[in-house]
Design a binder for this molecule. Structure first.
Ligand code: HEM
Length: 509
């Protein structure tokens, strides 16, 4: 007799019961994982934070403007908050006291950064001062930037070339006046910052005002930054690293490599003229680095150039665009700012504003601080990473956690600032708050050993460019928009941009 005939068939009701049980269990499975995930969080002494979903964690809560979403969440969970971004633990800080604990008390434990996968593909994290581990090479590069590149002597010695580049911007605005053409403030400031940097580094203009077709290098810098800013899936789920489903990593790598090739050519040309003995010294950064050739390889140099362009152009130009937008929509503040510059210029025979004048431009200084308070170019600074487990305020910040310091939220916190949403440069006139890393309520350049080494250069560029633009010209918004209705919406990227570029018609004063 066939064995199978001996097997008693289950009763149809039993089959239905199994099916129902299977259905119930499959519905419960995600709930069980969800409960387990959040039970682990509650018992792990992590800082408080919203419950996350399995696999994606709190990804949905980030939205397209994470600095704003996290500011709202931190009102509920407090200034030290933890979230899961995919499989990564992220710690969000939103108060000056706690920031001080991270960047002062525990500075060494948070000296490293978590490099996005897009950066890692081209090995940029191994060679770029921004992303490399805080080891010997990083210390060597920091010392070089501090003692040579951005030292007061080097900056004073290179002032003339910056003045020339600011004059070129003024000439460009002048032409717009003559032709009645609107000026894209952010794009023009970007060209100026880029040329200031390229001349500072190797005495060459790499950018041009005018039609897009002439702006190849500018485009490379911008596209490279945009590709690096996209949150890649592989960042959230390291397992996807090798797959790179959307090609996000790849695009960053392409732009980076194109820029490195340009720097290679510049370095090789300089080496050749030096070996031919025909070079007159430019005393720019490239000369300085080549003089110390034994300490810096060509690979070190080209990565340094790449990093400085990425870190120093968009940050500066977007600050200028926000400052101009705030002044144009607040005519009273514009009047005060212009008075400040006029007062200075009345006492000077020389027609241009110099960097040594900045100390006298107290209202302009307040305008820049107020702009950085409301519109910090890096709303989370550049995320750091915990080197090991650290206890802060009784909570554990686990090894490898990513640290986001929400300076945007702190700048708008009513517990720190009165009328926080108002643009009031006056608030800085009688107080000694500065953004040099000591006053933790205002740290757009970061703080501690890893804070921005380009601060002094940025400071000089921002004040002189802004003062020159408002001293020589009056400004009218292009189109029918009234100045008080300028769109101040934000676009989140590697820097916090204006969603709508500021387009204005300059008029000679
Ligand atoms: C408005 C202008 C600028 C702003 C707001 C800004 C902001 C920042 C911030 C927030 C950081 C991270 C600091 C931290 O982790 O504590 C940083 C790092 C850095 N910045 Fe700037 N920056 C500006 C301009 C510049 C310029 C002009 C340069 C150079 C040309 C520059 C070069 C760098 C470099 C190389 C780093 C990485 C330092 C390191 O990791 O050791 N920045 N910047």
């Amino acid at each position: 007799m066939n064995d199978s005939m001996n097997v008693t068939k289950p009763h149809p009701r039993k089959i239905m019961e199994y099916q129902t049980l299977f259905l119930v269990l499959s519905c419960l499975f995600p709930l069980i994982i969800y409960a387990l995930t959040n039970w682990r969080r509650r018992n792990s002494r992590l800082p408080p934070g919203p419950n996350g979903f399995p696999i994606i964690g709190n990804l949905l809560e980030f939205g397209d403007k994470p600095h704003q979403s996290l500011a709202i969440l931190s009102k509920r969970y407090g200034p030290l908050m933890s979230l899961k971004l995919g499989s990564n633990t992220t710690i969000v800080i939103s108060s000056p006291d706690i920031t001080k604990e991270f960047f002062n008390t525990h500075d060494v434990a948070f000296l490293n950064r978590s490099a996005p996968k897009a950066i890692q593909l081209g090995d940029f994290h191994k060679y770029s001062i921004v992303w490399m581990e805080a080891g010997d090479q990083w210390r060597k590069l920091r010392r070089m930037t501090k003692e040579y590149m951005f030292s007061v002597q080097q900056l004073d010695a290179s002032e003339v070339l910056r003045r020339e580049k600011v004059q070129e911007l003024v000439n460009h605005v002048d032409q717009c006046c003559t032709n009645g053409k609107a000026l894209n403030v952010g794009a023009s400031a970007f060209t100026t910052s880029l040329n200031i940097l390229s001349n500072f580094m190797f005495s060459i203009d790499l950018a041009k005002y005018g039609p897009k077709s002439t702006q190849q290098f500018q485009d490379l810098v911008l596209q490279g930054m945009q590709a690096g800013a996209k949150p890649g899936l592989p960042d959230l789920f390291p397992i996807l690293h090798s797959l790179d489903p959307l090609g996000l990593i790849w695009s960053e790598d392409v732009y980076g490599k194109k820029m490195l090739a340009i720097f290679d050519k510049i370095i090789n040309d300089r080496l050749k003229t030096r070996s031919d003995g025909v070079s007159t010294r430019s005393n720019d950064v490239l000369d300085l680095l080549l003089d110390q050739h034994s300490s810096f390889t060509q690979n070190d140099m080209r990565h340094l150039f790449l990093t400085l362009f990425m870190a120093g152009t968009d940050t500066t130009s977007s600050t200028l665009e926000w400052a101009m937008s705030e002044l144009i929509r607040n005519p009273e503040k514009m009047k005060n700012a212009r008075l400040d510059v006029d007062k200075l210029m009345q006492n000077k025979n020389n027609g241009s504003i110099q960097e040594s004048d900045i100390s006298q431009l107290t209202y302009i200084q307040a305008v820049i601080k107020e702009t950085m308070r409301l519109h910090p170019p890096a709303p989370f600074l550049i995320p750091r990473q915990a080197v090991h487990d650290v206890f802060v305020q009784g909570f554990i910040v686990p090894k490898n956690a990513q640290i986001l310091c929400n300076v945007w939220a702190m700048g708008r916190d009513p517990n720190i600032w009165s009328d926080p949403i108002m643009f009031m440069p006056e608030r800085f006139l009688d107080v000694k708050i500065d953004y040099k890393g000591q006053d933790f309520e205002l740290i757009p350049f970061g703080a501690g050993r890893r804070m921005c080494p380009g601060l002094n250069l940025a400071n000089r560029m921002l004040h002189v460019i802004l003062a020159s633009l408002i001293h020589k010209f009056d400004w009218k918004v292009a189109g029918d928009t009234r100045s008080q209705d300028i769109d101040m919406g934000e676009k989140y990227g590697i820097t916090l941009q204006k969603a709508e570029p500021l387009m204005v018609i300059p008029m000679k004063l």
